[in-house]
Design a protein around this ligand. Structure first.
Ligand code: SIN
Ligand code: CO
Length: 410
């Protein structure tokens, strides 16, 4: 007997389970994650957008911020894509309809936007790429397309009509005439209007098209997963960097050649052996490579080491006096249990630590005096090393964060 498929729509305000999924995370992961779309009404009931359209436009004018404007000329079905940073004077001249401003990585620039991330803690944080925020004028859209990654599309202001094709094997040919990767054919199977607090989950590869019903803001909480080719490329680079030149193809057992031009089975066996000698079949080496790789993956900003670090004793005095270490918004962290103790990974570095410290530092976007005091001596060394590497910044109570190169008070 075939099991009825799980529903494609749920109202979280009527569900017994708390949280934005409207069901226990284990059920969501089993039935929907990477498998099928889910519309969650009232995922964030009463949500007020943590960022205003004007702030988003301001951000899109800053250097280093990835921003795009997509305009649609409906009459001729032509699309125009512009890349930021933009001049502030551009915005008042935009039409009343049919355009969208999209800003990537807003969680790195705005602490209130980043504050949404803990709601997604049922996923490994290192799987989450960024929160992209779009503002669309009425009628604005980026056209029908697919994404390679899972995404949670959270409506935070205004209304957007989402149409999706949830059927298996949808047509995926792209339009040859547009810079954007738009679908040639799009035949929706479902359509909904999302209001603030509603959220649509889409696994990779589901055709979707969202059109603003009125001026609206949509947050895309987007995942990233490295392709097998990216993983292999980085892994091979790491193996090569660590390799001993003296390790090479060896044939002390060579027998007289029957045919000097033949690559025989014994030779191929030796090739496999030579490759295997480099392979990271040690779980700690493999884990350290992956931890370094994934905490750097796709980060388009980076911490800059402090050229004149303050003496540690001074930093510790400041922490006792109410100072707080705030993590650099681009420093992604993770940790892993090792054969002995644990390893903390921070923006491509690995640090050996006791499990408790690795766990605490990976989670600590802010370290106050109390948190610092709870670390072991090795954990404190690591916190200071990360501060000196630019991965933390010390702020005293009342320090004004404004005017810094980024706006995130992490
Ligand atoms: C948007 O926010 O306009 C587009 C998001 C998406 O379709 O991935
Ligand atoms: Co999309």
């Amino acid at each position: 007997m075939s099991r009825t498929p799980p529903p494609i729509e749920i109202d979280a305000s009527r569900a017994a389970a708390r949280g934005p999924l409207g069901m226990p995370p284990a059920r969501f992961l089993r039935d929907y994650w990477q498998k099928r779309p889910l519309l969650i009404r009232n995922a964030f009931p009463g949500l007020v957008s943590p960022i205003a359209p004007e702030d988003l436009a301001g951000l899109a004018c800053e250097d280093g911020v990835l921003a795009r404007i997509v305009e649609h000329d409906r009459r001729h079905d032509r699309w125009r894509l512009r890349h930021g940073p933009f001049e502030e004077s551009l915005f008042p001249g935009l039409p009343d309809r049919d355009w969208t401003l999209l800003v990537q990585d807003v969680d790195k620039w705005d602490a209130d936007v980043a504050a949404l991330l803990p709601h997604f803690d049922f996923l490994p944080r290192w799987r989450i790429d960024d929160i992209m925020v779009s503002f669309a004028a009425t009628g604005g859209s980026v056209g029908a397309h697919i994404d390679q990654y899972d995404v949670f599309l959270l409506q935070t202001h205004g209304h957007r009509r989402w149409a999706i094709d949830a059927r298996p094997g949808p047509p995926l040919d792209f339009r040859p005439d547009v810079e954007l990767k738009l679908l040639q054919r799009f035949d929706p199977s479902h359509e909904w209007v999302l209001a603030p607090g509603d959220m649509l989950y889409l696994p990779p590869g589901v055709p979707h098209h969202g059109v603003a019903e009125d001026p609206c803001l949509t947050f895309s909480v987007g995942m990233r997963a490295p392709s097998s080719a990216e993983l292999l490329g980085d892994w091979v680079d790491a193996m090569i960097a660590e390799a001993d030149e003296a390790e090479r193809y060896r044939d002390p057992d060579l027998a007289p050649a029957r045919d000097p031009y033949e690559i025989d089975a014994a030779a191929m066996g030796r090739v496999v052996e030579a490759l295997n000698r480099l392979r990271m079949n040690d779980p700690d080496r493999l884990g350290d490579w992956f931890g370094r790789f994934i905490t750097l993956y796709r980060a388009s900003g980076e911490a800059v080491p402090d050229e004149a670090p303050r003496p540690r004793a001074e930093v510790e005095r400041d922490l006792e006096a109410g100072g707080v270490l705030y993590r650099h918004p681009w420093t992604r962290t993770a940790w892993r249990r090792a054969r002995k103790g644990a390893r903390l990974y921070a923006a491509g570095q690995d640090i050996a630590l006791p499990v408790r410290d690795a766990q605490a530092l990976a989670a600590a976007t802010a370290i106050d005096g109390e948190r610092y005091a709870r670390l072991s001596p090795a954990g404190r060394d690591a916190a200071i090393a990360l501060l000196e590497g630019g991965h933390y910044r010390l702020l005293m109570p009342g320090d004004d964060d404004a005017g810094d190169e980024d706006e995130t008070a992490p």
